[in-house]
Design a protein around this ligand. Structure first.
Ligand SMILES: C[S@@+](CC[C@H](N)C(=O)[O-])C[C@H]1O[C@@H](n2cnc3c(N)ncnc32)[C@H](O)[C@@H]1O
Length: 303
């Protein structure tokens, strides 16, 4: 294909990984968080990297490229990021949402033929969303969007995302993906460490696990959330977040956290993907990522 792409808000590299699978050459990736730039660089050493606040980046300094891939910060849109209503939290959410404006700035300066933006579905509820789409239209782009669940692309996780496509040629018409759903059990590892006894847990946790057991049998997934109903291992796991120890595996009278390796697999990263040993950092990187299969699908729809 010989398409050259730039990956903004590149995080751990889900978009870049998907681009490579689609035969697209990512030439530049940027993020303001050094940990993510290091992780991206470790996995994609051939890509030029920049660690900078992209709201202040000089996009004119980039070489020409054909495709812009961007996952602006989603915390300001996702319900998980709306916990506090303090003035400081509101400002942070606004600053996060405004990272999407960097896409328009980059489009204005570089006019790549295609732009793909991935985010949580609530991105479309942003009060500036229509205005933001119109900004791309003013620059000459045809703008379309779709909602997609990564599970419909064979990823063993239900993860619904919006993909916005802007094309200078013609509107991108998305075709719904039709892969078979993969159960989370297919990526579970046989692990001896990390198990704790359920009998030693609080009454609340035991009650929640008993409820899950009634529905799903002896082996199932649960979360540390009151009244979580448990989740069958025959389904994709629910959305992976940036919170460490969010999901747990129950097996008989024992339970353990879902490991970093399993989170990577649930997000469709290859097993040798390089990620920090620190669980909190790894979970933040993995939980923020676009599954490479979803990225590849979006790129192939638009290319
Ligand atoms: C949704 S995540 C990106 C996911 C990425 N596509 C992946 O697959 O890993 C958004 C990223 O934007 C970064 N970010 C947030 N605000 C930023 C800013 N002002 N400038 C640059 N990067 C920023 C965060 O550190 C985070 O890694």
């Amino acid at each position: 294909m010989n398409i050259k792409a730039v990956d903004l808000f590149a995080g751990a590299g889900g978009f870049t990984e998907g681009a490579q699978r689609a035969g697209v050459d990512v030439i530049f990736a940027a993020n303001h968080w050094p940990v993510s730039v290091d992780a991206h660089e470790a996995n994609h050493p051939g890509v030029e990297h920049e660690c900078q606040d992209l709201r202040q980046f000089d996009f004119e300094s980039l070489p020409d490229f054909d495709m812009l891939l961007a996952s602006p910060a989603c915390q300001g849109h996702s319900t998980a990021g709306q916990g506090s209503d303090s003035a400081r939290a509101a400002k942070k959410h606004e600053a996060d949402r405004n990272t999407a404006l960097a896409v328009i700035e980059c489009a204005d300066k570089k006019r790549p033929e295609t732009i793909l933006v991935e985010n949580v579905p609530r991105f479309a509820k942003w009060e500036l969303f229509d205005w933001w789409c119109d900004g791309l239209r003013v620059l000459g782009y045809h703008v379309t969007s779709t909602l997609v669940d990564a599970a419909d692309l064979g990823v063993p996780q239900n993860r619904k995302r919006i993909v916005v496509a802007a094309s200078l040629k013609a509107p991108v018409e998305f075709e719904a993906p039709k892969s078979e759903r993969k159960p989370f059990s297919s990526v579970l590892l046989d692990i001896d460490e990390g198990w704790t006894s359920i009998k030693a847990k609080s009454a609340n946790i035991r009650k929640r696990i008993d409820t899950g057991r009634e529905k799903h049998g002896d082996r199932f997934l649960t979360q540390y959330v009151t009244k979580h109903p448990g989740r069958s291992l025959d389904r994709p796991i629910g959305t992976i977040t940036t919170a460490p120890s969010h999901w747990h595996l129950v097996d008989g009278q024992q339970m353990r956290s879902i490991t970093t390796a399993e989170l990577l697999a649930a997000q469709d990263f290859r097993p040798d993907y390089i990620i920090p040993d620190n669980v909190a950092l790894a979970t933040r990187l993995i939980g923020n990522a676009i599954p490479p299969a979803l990225a590849k699908w979006a790129i192939e729809q638009a290319a």
